[in-house]
Design a binder for this molecule. Structure first.
Ligand SMILES: C[C@](O)(CO)[C@H](O)COP(=O)(O)OP(=O)(O)OC[C@H]1O[C@@H](n2ccc(N)nc2=O)[C@H](O)[C@@H]1O
Ligand SMILES: Nc1ncnc2c1ncn2[C@@H]1O[C@H](COP(=O)(O)OP(=O)(O)OP(=O)(O)O)[C@@H](O)[C@H]1O
Length: 268
């Protein structure tokens, strides 16, 4: 039994406060995008995780898929399984790929073994694996507050646009990126700004990680500029980077970026 785990982009990200436990309060719009990993479960003598495709740094035991399986195995009487992960979503990209794998695996285990876990409970399990993880349970465009796990409805539809994601060869640690931001409440909430037409988002829908990340890696700022120069209606770094997405009205090809970077063309 298998599942297709899509990634996300952040349409805006305001980091508003630092909590006593070191985590940060934020507001963001999570938007699902059709760039997929594949996770598969098969009966086996021992539970393990086999990875194909892109290399994931760290040991296999650290893989979020294995952590997701063990989390439910502790609570339910699950038989041993081989988890196979086909990794396509770039890592350290701000696309939440690891979180997506874990969340989709929780859902897959729930349906394969008919565990009857509710969506709310699945979100709670996912939240113990990572701040980005709960979003992928419902996996629809949503306004998120808290540490990224308190959801409310939002009306954003990019289905008429083309999305281009550029992943420069830079790996950014999320914890390090948070450490470089000075939290502040935005003058206007993202929840209101996002109601503007996409053509008015430039300069108004912001990502607070951009400034410190662009300072350290000017090549990422150049990619964003290149997306605008190529006709993007809107461009922004996703999450803590390093990927940058462009929203285009037409399907533009970017040969200069194709030669030098990882680039993905997709539709929302
Ligand atoms: C940047 C975003 O991708 C935006 O969607 C997320 O906030 C990151 O979510 P994530 O990768 O699932 O994060 P986690 O794996 O839970 O945490 C990694 C590290 O990021 C920092 N972290 C994460 C989320 C948050 N709201 N505040 C934080 O300060 C913490 O130092 C934490 O140790
Ligand atoms: N299944 C997995 N896929 C990718 N990374 C994983 C996975 N399991 C564990 N990791 C670890 O998590 C780290 C970050 O992974 P991921 O690609 O999800 O982060 P990201 O692109 O920075 O996304 P975000 O910051 O938006 O959550 C990696 O460095 C890797 O060591």
């Amino acid at each position: 039994m298998l599942a297709f785990a899509n990634c996300k982009i952040n349409l805006g990200l305001n980091i508003t406060a630092r909590r006593a436990d070191g985590y940060h309060e934020l507001e963001t719009i999570f938007y699902p995008v059709k760039l997929y990993d594949v996770v598969e479960l098969n009966a086996a003598e021992n539970t393990s995780c086999q990875i194909r495709g892109l290399d994931i740094p760290g040991s296999g035991e650290d893989n979020l898929c294995l952590k997701a399986f063990r989390l439910l195995q502790k609570e339910f009487d699950l038989p041993e399984q081989q988890i196979t992960l086909l990794k396509n979503i770039p890592i350290g990209a701000g696309l939440g790929g690891g979180s997506a794998d874990a969340a989709f695996l929780l859902k897959l285990i729930n349906s394969k073994f008919s565990l009857g876990i509710t969506e709310t409970e699945l979100e709670r399990y996912a939240g113990t694996l990572g701040a980005d993880c709960p979003f992928f349970i419902q996996n629809k465009a949503v306004y998120a507050a808290g540490i990224g796990d308190e959801f409310s409805a939002v009306n954003v539809d990019l289905s008429g646009y083309h999305i281009t994601i550029v992943k420069p060869p830079v790996h950014i640690s999320t914890a390090e990126a948070y450490g470089a931001v000075r939290p502040a409440a935005p003058p206007i909430s993202l929840k209101d700004v996002i109601n503007l037409p996409v053509s008015e988002w430039k300069g108004k829908v912001k990502n607070d990680f951009e400034s410190p990340v662009f300072q350290k890696y000017p090549e990422i700022a150049q990619i964003k500029q290149m997306l605008y120069d190529s006709g993007a209606t809107f461009a922004l770094m996703s999450g803590s980077g390093s990927s940058v997405f462009g929203i285009f009205e037409n399907n533009v090809k970017l040969p200069e970026l194709e030669q030098n970077n990882l680039i993905f063309y997709t539709r929302p």
